[in-house]
Design a protein around this ligand. Structure first.
Ligand SMILES: C[S@@+](CC[C@H](N)C(=O)[O-])C[C@H]1O[C@@H](n2cnc3c(N)ncnc32)[C@H](O)[C@@H]1O
Length: 260
């Protein structure tokens, strides 16, 4: 386990499925995660197909990080563990690129009750061969029944992408905070089995929750530990200095004034 000065935050270096297997049944109040799908690299043949990271020599065979083997079988096993560790009447949020969503959404449906397909609008366009990508999807699903705490929130979230990232595919903390604002309560145990740079852990701290998570990469552990420790010590997120909220007035109001 990484050395974090606050026992409410636990970061493990482990494979997602192996990590989940070590957690007791019903010990988690909410899962918020952004897995490293391999679908995009396998199915999208553009140029060299090098999508994830910088491909310099080093850890993970020259890639910034490992992709999660997202065969339907593997993903079903991952979801079965998510289901087991999640308490009843709780929510799970899973992020997807378009390619992985097409293949894996039916698998999510076999395990959880899907409630929403949310579109994260990154405001500015990114890479893409045909239409340039400006979004990712989030499946929001439940184990049992649970309402959300927010009213009148659209299922399109305008939140700027992280441009000057310290970790590839680093997500804005606001994306994870919004999930927690809708589905968590103070003291909830938040779980992210693919935490990367630790954006979900920072979101958990900001929303007064506890956090337990894993990542297979040594770099992720190093970065996330440094980030969380700095945040706990100085209240500064060294990986995301400014708010990335877009111009959606309703979302701005929630972050300014709390629940609506
Ligand atoms: C899309 S990134 C997560 C980025 C993160 N949400 C952030 O904001 O920084 C996916 C992460 O999954 C990790 N990963 C890949 N395969 C894994 C596995 N089998 N188990 C756990 N983590 C894995 C990668 O190291 C990477 O950090």
């Amino acid at each position: 386990m990484a050395i974090i000065e606050n026992r409410k935050i636990q970061l493990y270096r482990d494979d997602a499925i192996s990590f989940l297997k070590k957690l007791p049944d019903g010990s988690i109040d909410i899962i918020i995660s952004d897995p490293a799908y391999s679908g995009m690299n396998q199915r999208l043949k553009i140029g060299s197909g090098k999508i994830v990271g910088k491909y310099t020599k080093g850890e993970n065979n020259g890639r910034w990080f490992m992709e999660f083997g997202d065969s339907e079988e593997n993903y079903e096993q991952f979801l079965a563990e998510c289901y087991r560790v999640l308490r009843s009447n709780r929510h799970i949020y899973l992020m997807f690129d378009s390619y992985s969503l097409i293949t894996l959404a039916p698998v999510v449906r076999r395990v959880f009750e899907i409630k929403n397909l949310i579109c994260w609008d990154k405001v500015r366009i990114g890479l893409g061969y045909y239409f340039r990508r400006r979004h990712e999807f989030v499946i929001m699903a439940s184990k049992g029944k649970r309402a959300i705490s927010l009213r009148g929130i659209p299922d399109v979230w305008r939140i700027n992408r992280v441009n000057s990232y310290r970790y590839p595919t680093q997500k804005p903390t606001e994306v994870f905070q919004l999930m927690l604002k809708a589905s968590a309560e103070r003291g909830f145990m938040v779980c992210d089995p693919f935490f990367g740079s630790g954006s979900s852990a920072i979101a958990a701290i900001k929303e007064n929750c506890r956090f337990v998570g894993s990542d297979i990469s040594e770099t992720a552990i190093k970065f996330a530990t440094e980030r969380v420790n700095q945040f706990l010590k100085y209240g500064v997120d060294v990986f995301q200095k400014d708010s990335l909220l877009g111009d959606d007035e309703m979302l701005r109001k929630i972050f300014r004034e709390g629940l609506v």
